[in-house]
Ligand binder design. Structure first.
Ligand SMILES: [Zn+2]
Length: 72
């Protein structure tokens, strides 16, 4: 029974694609252009999803301030 030499081989530093989880180079964020586009779309959607409630909140606060200023 002999041990496999591969057991001693260190795994090189690597990262995982944040979209699909594939192992990739540590300098990269996504594995392919396809995943990069998916990521960009996800970030666009996230930005939109946080911006809209902020605008609604700002509008509601503005209305409250205007109402209190004019005693309505
Ligand atoms: Zn990927």
């Amino acid at each position: 029974m002999h041990k496999d030499k591969d057991e001693n081989v260190k795994i090189p530093p690597h990262s995982h694609c944040i979209v699909c989880g594939k192992p990739i180079a540590p300098t990269k964020v996504t594995c392919s252009r396809e995943c990069e586009e998916k990521l960009m779309k996800m970030e666009r959607d996230r930005r939109y999803n946080t911006l809209v409630p902020l605008i609604i909140l700002f509008g509601a606060v503005a209305i409250l301030i205007i109402r209190s200023l004019f005693g309505l």
